[in-house]
Structure formats: structure tokens, C-alpha cells
Design a protein around this ligand. Sequence first.
Ligand code: NAP
Length: 247
Amino acid sequence: MKHYGLIGHPLGHSFSKDYFTEKFRREGLDCEYENYDLPSLRIPKLCGFNVTIPYKESIIPYLDELDPVAAEVGAVNTVKVLDDGRMIGYNTDVIGLNAIIPRALPWADGKMPLRGALVLGTGGASKAVQYILRKNNIPYKTVSRSKEKGDLTYQDLTPEVIQSHLLIINATPVGMTPIINEAPNIPYEVITSQHTLFDLIYNPEETIFLKHGREHGATTINGLAMLHAQAEASWRIWRRAEGTLFQ
Ligand SMILES: NC(=O)c1ccc[n+]([C@@H]2O[C@H](COP(=O)([O-])OP(=O)(O)OC[C@H]3O[C@@H](n4cnc5c(N)ncnc54)[C@H](OP(=O)(O)O)[C@@H]3O)[C@@H](O)[C@H]2O)c1
């Protein structure tokens, strides 16, 4: 049997174990996927593993090689372990995001003028979002709690800023299970039906961020399709020979 898994802390919100367990059962694969809830980072003995909060950046010094895309993003969510024990880091969040973001654009049908995106948060997932926005030539600004880390702080989000950024992406854990009654601090009252709100969170299915967006007529998208796309991309990496995945 081949052993795979997820490292991170906490892991209560994660659907990855259920996703892979069901996939292995459905496809008759002699494989197992376990959660490794690790209060401090250590590397379990596995054929491959996913990495989540808070280790997507701190795993990098432990790796023998980095895929060029993961190096450019600066975060790793998938590690392939070779037969000789060497570990190669990849970022499949970008693949999951590339399956969603180009189609999520409010102006993708050509009827809307090109306007920028706002990316809430500056962590590992935010870096993958920014990579895909750059690849798709979408102007964006990052929003952080700290002046030093982002282009804007939450206090800078005036009605004008919200009106000139029609795609708003929540790349923070705010609103995720178990603390589901919170939402990023943005002026929801000026959201309109021209906006698209994309939350990387998939548990709960509808966060307060998405609920506020829906109540103001916005198009809303949760992180479930992204989760599935990045999980399948991880599986392709674990199953194939070495090489870069995403050009
Ligand atoms: N659907 C998927 O497949 C998928 C894939 C990856 C991640 N995700 C989700 O995306 C979210 C972020 O993941 P991550 O790995 O980037 O996490 P992370 O590295 O911990 O970073 C999240 C960022 O959010 C901001 N933040 C953290 N706590 C906050 C708070 N209390 N209030 C406001 N902002 C806060 C911080 O930015 P500042 O310090 O700059 O404010 C932080 O850098 C998680 O919910 C994760 O589950 C989903």
C-alpha cells in the first residue's frame, strides 16, 4: 500500500482526506491518505503529501528541490517524495485557481470594463492567487492588516476602492470552520451585482463573506472546485515522473 497525507495545523476544516479516501476507493487504488495534525513542523514518511496552514512557506527549507512555479509563488502545497528520499515541492493551488479565476472575472464576457481585483490576505494562498492574476494580466491590490505587508489596509477600503475592484478574493482564513461567524472587514454595503466574490474557503460552503456578497446581488464562488482541481493536480504529480507541471 502507498501512503499519502496532509500536514498542517489545525486540520479540522480540511476535506482532503475525505476526497482522496473516496477517490482511492472508487478507483480501486491500494493507497491511503491520512491527516497529520502537527503543532510544529515535521516530515512524515510518505510517498507524497499536501501541505496546508501554517506550513506552506516554512516547508521550503526542508525540500531538496523546488518546481519553478512553486519557487516563483514562494509557497508549496504538494511534496513528492522520490524513491531515494529526495523531496520536491510544487504548488498545485495555482492550478486550482487557474481553473476558477479566469472564468470568475465579472468582465470576462466583454461587457464590463477591465477593473482590478482585491486580494484579502498576504499568506501562502494569497501568493498563489497573485501569481494567477499576474499570469492572466489582471491588475490587483493586496489588502493586509499590516501597512508593511499589503498595498492597502482594511481601513483604506473606501466605497470608491470597492467600486473600482469588481473581483474580491478572500485568501484569509477568516470565516472558516470552526469560527464561522466572522467575515473580512470590508464595506459590504457598497457591493453590487457587478461584483464577484470568491472565497478560497470551502468549509462552510457559504461563508459570511459570501453571504453578504449574495445579499447585495454579487456572484459568489466558494473554494470547493479549487480544492478538487488542486487535489487532482497533486495526484498527477505523485503518479508521474519528474518535471514541471504548470508552465
Ligand atoms: N480551496 C482551496 O483549495 C484552498 C487552497 C489553499 C488555501 N485555502 C484557504 O485559504 C485560506 C488562507 O490560506 P493560507 O494558507 O494562505 O493561510 P495563511 O498562510 O495562514 O495566510 C492567510 C493570510 O490571511 C491573513 N489573516 C490571517 N488571520 C487573519 C485575521 N484574523 N484577520 C484578517 N486577516 C487574517 C494574513 O494576512 P495579513 O497578515 O497580511 O493580514 C495571512 O497572511 C484558508 O482558509 C485556506 O483554507 C483554500
